[in-house]
Design a binder for this molecule. Structure first.
Ligand SMILES: [Ca+2]
Length: 451
């Protein structure tokens, strides 16, 4: 061989090797950075909660397959009818039955609640009361889905919560897997809130793991079919104060294959270019959001220090920066953290945003407080420089103006401490809206007031 050819061959070899090394370095390998979980053992009972008919397989097909293989009882709850105007709920029901059958489930293992697709955030925040139900685009105010768990249930937050509580009570799961509150799809974020509500209200003491599906534009990376890759957590949701704790559920080749076959049964949803194929990876990804404790140990801070803006409440949890509707861009209304201090008579709840409060935006702090006498739903709103506290009861509600202190980018609202008498658990979420559209929102978090 002539020297010229030898050099050419060597060059080709070097370029090829360099390319292979580069490609290899780009593959998101599982680096054992995250623990394995959830662990499923004999005696466990797994409840999977899916907002739409396909979420059960996209994010959980592997763990369902594992549970079936190991004779661990599984139930799937599908919350909405999947009526996305393109596909009929009947078709989507059939896809879920066929898809979960491939994973080894029987028809009776899948429970359909039949709420209106796209309505769950409204049910959770605005249509809680059975007597004031949500009106679906077709004019109906109650479930008319033929496969519904509770036929004719009203389109209300309390109906949905009661359905979940009944199912949890009857099936008695040891592990509930449900959408993470950081998911940017509204039905997913609301389903997360409903599960936090139902499990906190009933004192459920099993484990809870969440899954993430919608976090555009850069996650999952890459957003396409790469079954030889691992699914890794989004960078912006790693290492946050009181943030999600990630775990990795590795799949066997058999479980990977079964999940892919099952996903193909959702013919109306899984088109060849779909980013949903990004979830066919070597693992599934789950996160736990721990209960946040708030102590009353700030009683020695003078109350006027808050009123004068000298004292800012301690951080409850941090929200991702650059998330929400205009993902990736820096926006003043981007919620960065929530804070709270409980004093003897007065308490303070705070909300830190990326910029100064925007007068065209409305900021809402929503609290569902679980007292021994019942559940108190509270909304604190900041609108155009004024704060109001609304308490919602069945058929009644009260509204009063409350003190608002603005210190740099933090809004501090003064609320009465008697909301937290008897040291209750409560769930809390904060959102920023503009003309009714959600700009950013935090997950629903579970908080326990310590004595
Ligand atoms: Ca945010």
């Amino acid at each position: 061989m002539k020297l010229k050819y030898k050099i050419m061959l060597l060059s080709v070899l070097i370029v090829t090797l360099a390319f292979m090394a580069y490609s290899y370095s780009q593959i998101p390998f599982y680096t054992q950075e995250y623990p394995a979980g959830p662990s499923l053992n004999t005696g466990d009972r797994l409840l999977i909660v899916a907002p739409h008919p396909d979420d059960e397989v996209i994010c959980n097909g592997g763990i369902i397959g594992y549970a079936v293989e190991h004779h661990i009882p599984v139930k799937v709850v599908v919350v909405t009818d999947g009526n996305d105007t393109k596909t009929s709920p009947i078709t989507r029901h059939g896809e879920t039955i066929n898809g979960t059958k491939i994973l080894g489930l029987n028809e009776e293992d899948v429970i359909f609640l039949g709420y209106n697709d796209g309505s769950l955030r409204s049910l959770l925040n605005d249509y809680w009361d059975n007597k004031n139900p949500f009106t679906a685009p077709d004019g109906s105010k109650q479930i008319n889905y033929p496969y519904a768990h509770e036929k004719n249930a009203s389109y209300s937050g309390s109906s949905l919560t009661n359905n979940l509580k009944t199912i949890i009570n009857e099936f008695n799961p040891t592990i509930i897997v449900y959408p993470g509150g950081d998911d940017e799809q509204f039905d997913h974020q609301a389903t997360s809130g409903f599960i936090e509500h139902a499990t906190t209200q009933t004192g459920y003491n099993g484990s809870k793991y969440t899954y993430l599906l919608h976090l555009p534009p850069n996650w999952p990376s890459p957003r396409s079919y790469y079954p030889e890759y691992y699914l890794v957590p989004p960078k912006q949701l790693v290492g946050m104060e009181n943030g999600p704790k990630w775990s990795v559920f590795n799949l066997t080749t058999h479980q990977e294959r079964l999940k892919e076959e099952s996903l193909q049964a959702y013919r109306t949803q899984i088109v060849p270019s779909s980013y949903l194929l990004s979830f066919l990876r070597k693992n599934e990804l789950f996160a736990e959001y721990s209960t946040i404790n708030v102590s009353r140990n700030n009683a020695n801070i003078p109350e006027q220090d808050y009123a004068r803006g000298l004292q800012v409440p301690s951080i409850l949890f941090v929200d991702a920066a650059g998330d929400g509707k205009y993902h990736g861009k820096e926006e003043p209304w981007d919620i960065l953290s929530a804070g709270m201090d409980i004093n003897k008579e007065k308490s303070w709840i705070s909300l830190k945003t990326a910029g100064k409060p925007v007068s065209s935006a409305v900021y809402n702090v929503r609290l569902n407080i679980f007292n021994p006498e019942g559940t108190q739903r509270v909304k604190i709103s900041v609108d155009n420089g004024a704060a109001r506290l609304e308490r919602e009861g069945i058929g009644t509600s009260t509204s009063e103006e409350i003190p608002l202190i603005i210190k740099n980018n933090t809004m501090i609202m003064e609320i009465p401490s008697n909301l937290f008498k008897n040291n209750p658990y409560f769930i809390l979420s904060i959102d920023a809206t503009k003309s009714g559209a959600v700009l950013d929102q935090t997950p629903w978090r579970v908080v326990k007031v310590q004595p």
